[in-house]
Design a protein around this ligand. Sequence first.
Ligand code: ASP
Ligand code: MG
Length: 263
Amino acid sequence: MKFGGASVATPEHFPIIAQIISCRLARYSNIAVVISAMGDTTDQLIQLAKRVHPTPPEREYDMLVSVGERISIALLAMALAIENIQGISFTGSQSGIITCSRHSDARIADVRPHRILQAFSSGKIAIVAGFQGMSREGEITTLGRGGSDTTAVALGIALRAEKVEFFKDVDGIYLEDPKKIRSQAPYPHLDYAEALAIASRGAKVLHARSISLAARNKIPLEVRSYTTDPNAPCGTVINDYGIDGRSTSFHTLGNSSPHYEFD
Ligand code: ASP
Ligand code: MG
């Protein structure tokens, strides 16, 4: 499950997300949740850096801007605790997101989710900070603006998830930005190429990199609104098999000794 910045814009959003997760627990025993920074926190952190240094040293820039997601993971773990749901928060590096060393625009090279698997075996929900990782040199890196979607897909691949569900402030993928042009319906189904074409032009519902990563590894994606009933059908399904192709998922492709392709 992936929740974007708009779905955690205020502290009051966290109990709503906890409810959605609780609803998914009825169906799935192992859940990893990737979350973005609250609202415009990342913009504020960038402004903050620039007030101290016009061109901040890149290592320190990543150290600072990765903080937004860290706030979100801790708050979500607290909101789950209120619901008596066991969750444990992890930074990108704790989650085993290994990246190249290109600060502020790093690519994911590998995912080693040992701690997440441990969390699963002790019956906990893993809450993962999006947008960040750690280089092989042990430095904190960030993945570029909007990079949490890519974290979610990379993690889904490494965990051999059935799918990645994106909870957004829009209820699916549209031809035009639905916040600007109303009276359209979301696409019920897109293949990866179609989704990528749309993501690369106007309506940036998903980070384009996350879609190409999903395409290369054939993991299904679903886009829905965090404000609608989580049991209702999702807005847009993205896979290469058609709208009912969810059973022909990543899991059943016979990928027994997996070679994953990352970012
Ligand atoms: N918080 C980061 C950003 O605003 C990453 C993300 O939201 O996906 O770019
Ligand atoms: Mg953000």
